[in-house]
Design a protein around this ligand. Structure first.
Ligand SMILES: C[S@@+](CC[C@H](N)C(=O)[O-])C[C@H]1O[C@@H](n2cnc3c(N)ncnc32)[C@H](O)[C@@H]1O
Length: 404
């Protein structure tokens, strides 16, 4: 027998930096974990039904043709009562998640700030540079409805946004990223070890690491490497460095730095450049600059890997594109739609990564077996609960030198 129920919120690992939830706060997060799973699973199926049975026939009756792109599908779906209810529920769970996380963090901010300061002073993992500017594409809205986005603060040098992000992500994702919210990074480690067993990186750059949910498991999976987890947002890094120290991780640095300007690192410095759920936060101008910088600092033969939701293509049904686009229009993700419409292989090629040295692979979140026990019916069964992404990767090749 299989079950669609996510694990309870109380399954979250309570590392020392994690904000303490009261009974009521945990109960609210537990409700939201279940509600998000219900909205994306059981209720989510109603969107296809609405489209096929009402929206598409009505569109054809008016236009004499099928919709040509995801924007036309979105405008048509937004007239449908069921879809509007589904969308409103989804938006409301995000707002409730932010309210709950923020009030939980604010009432204990003094203790959290003091603890972060203590971890950071002793560990040496945090390297802030206040001269780094917050890019406009991060500050223009509160990204995914999080007050202050990734960079803001309740007061100078605090950890509000990082602590709120960490304490509530389990609810946002319906528990699909595991008890430390690190299933993406664990999946990347498993993928590299399975597909590149001889790869032994010494220096790994993770761009846009936020609080290190997915950079930390890479450091743990490659203990002989040094991970440079960079981000423009000092507020997230302060919390991330303290969280990593509280987990006993030592081979990681949290560095305030923009991926657009990696001039602090020389050419060919890194063996591996990683981004996880990062590219969709970037403006059209910044992404080529970041890809070009990543190419410069990667050594020949080194690996670049971007883990993201799948890019849209002619093969992806328009309704699926439109539903995947939901965050762009309803959850303060202004660049999501345009980024997912790009041909990433072409973008990587423009940055210097040869087309024939690129690959796309599926990566499935690794969630703890104590939360998601393997099915007695078969090793492949994951109860439909694993988050699945694409990994867009390349090995850096060097152009052959011209012989005079
Ligand atoms: C969606 S989060 C990435 C999540 C993270 N990689 C993880 O695995 O948990 C996007 C992050 O990118 C950071 N960011 C945005 N623009 C950046 C830039 N130009 N350079 C470095 N970090 C940037 C933001 O501050 C934010 O923390």
């Amino acid at each position: 027998m299989t079950s669609d129920l996510p694990p309870p919120y109380t399954a979250l690992t309570r590392h020392p930096m994690m904000a303490v939830t009261s009974h009521d706060e945990a109960a609210r997060f537990n409700f939201l974990t279940l509600m998000n799973r219900y909205i994306s699973g059981t209720l989510g199926k109603g969107n296809a039904l609405a489209y096929e049975s009402r929206v598409l026939p009505a569109f054809k009756a008016v236009h004499g043709r099928e919709p040509e792109n995801r924007e036309e599908v979105r405008v048509a779906m937004n007239q449908d009562t069921f879809h509007r209810m589904w969308s409103a529920l989804k938006r409301n769970t995000m707002e409730m998640r932010q309210h709950n996380g923020r009030q939980c963090v604010l009432r204990q901010l003094d203790q959290l700030d003091a603890m972060a300061r203590q971890f950071n002073e002793h560990s040496g993992l945090l390297h802030l540079d206040p001269s780094v500017e917050q890019p406009i594409y991060n500050t223009c809205v509160d990204i995914h409805c999080q007050p202050g986005g990734y960079h803001g603060g309740e007061r100078p040098d605090d950890v509000t946004v990082g602590a709120n992000y960490d304490v509530g992500l389990f609810a946002t994702t319906g528990g699909a990223l595991g008890s430390l919210n690190d299933g993406g990074g664990q999946a990347v480690v498993a993928h590299i070890k399975a597909n590149m067993p001889d790869f032994a990186p010494k220096r790994i750059l993770d761009i846009g690491a936020t609080v290190g949910h997915n950079a930390v498991p890479i450091a743990q999976g490659f203990p002989d490497a040094e991970v440079y987890a960079i981000d423009t947002a000092g507020a997230s890094l302060r919390y991330g460095a303290a969280r990593a120290a509280s987990l006993g991780v030592k081979n990681i640095k949290f560095v305030q730095c923009s991926g657009e300007d990696l001039s602090r690192y020389p050419d060919n410095y890194f063996d591996w450049v990683q981004t996880t759920m990062f590219l969709h936060e970037l403006s059209a101008d910044s992404m080529p600059r970041i890809l070009a910088e990543a190419h410069r600092v990667l050594r020949p033969g080194g690996l670049i890997l971007h883990v993201e939701q799948p890019q849209y293509s002619d093969k992806m049904p328009l309704l699926e594109q439109m539903l995947r686009d939901w965050d762009a229009y309803n959850n303060n993700e202004p660049f999501w739609s345009a980024m997912h419409g790009l041909d990433l292989i072409e973008e990587m090629e423009k940055a210097g990564f040869a087309r024939d040295a690129q690959f796309v692979a599926g990566v499935r979140a690794v969630a703890d077996s104590k939360l998601f026990p393997p099915s007695p019916d078969g090793a492949q069964e994951d109860y439909g609960r694993a988050a699945i992404w694409n990994a867009y990767g390349a090995i850096k090749t060097v152009a052959e030198e011209k012989v005079a």
